[in-house]
Design a protein around this ligand. Structure first.
Ligand SMILES: *[C@@H]1O[C@H](CO)[C@@H](O)[C@H](O)[C@H]1NC(C)=O
Length: 145
């Protein structure tokens, strides 16, 4: 009886240690992993995309992305689902007529499992498409307002 008790205590201890190590590696993976975002201009030949992305702590500045060019940045996902990058985008639809809007391009709660460490966007004339890395489907997440 005494042997059984101490052996089951050991088992409980081992299971607890294994579970907490497992949990720690999951949590640290989410805390410290670097996330890359790629934004590809797929408007149409000759159309330039103006892009200005920000988070609470970062201002990536105004960028001019020519057709078929990818703009990329990366960051550490600091808090559980708390990271947010939004981008103001604008392009000339026809002479002097601009389409523009502000969009959430990385939202931890939406994207940390949907696109994991690499978030791909295609910016097209009919809207913004983001690759879901589970289904490999380009999801049409936003329209131009
Ligand atoms: C876009 O760029 C890729 C290489 O990055 C190239 O293979 C492709 O032909 C280009 N497409 C157009 C339409 O320019």
């Amino acid at each position: 009886m005494g042997w059984f008790n101490s052996s089951s205590h050991h088992l409980v201890l081992i299971v607890t240690v294994v579970l907490s190590l497992y949990q720690f590696s999951l949590v640290s993976g989410i805390f410290f992993e670097r996330v890359h975002v790629y934004v590809l201009n797929e408007l149409e030949p000759g159309k330039t995309l103006s892009l200005h992305c920000k988070s609470k702590d970062d201002d990536l500045g105004m960028q001019q992305i020519i057709f078929n060019q990818t703009y990329e940045w990366s960051f550490h996902n600091n808090f559980f689902g708390r990271t947010l990058f939004w981008c103001f985008m604008s392009w000339e639809k026809s002479l002097g007529v601009y389409a523009s809007g502000s969009f959430n391009i990385y939202e931890g709660s939406r994207d940390q499992f949907r696109c994991r460490k690499r978030c791909w966007w295609k910016i097209k004339e009919d809207g913004l498409f983001s690759l879901n890395r589970d289904s490999f489907i380009w999801e049409h997440l936003y329209d131009w307002p």
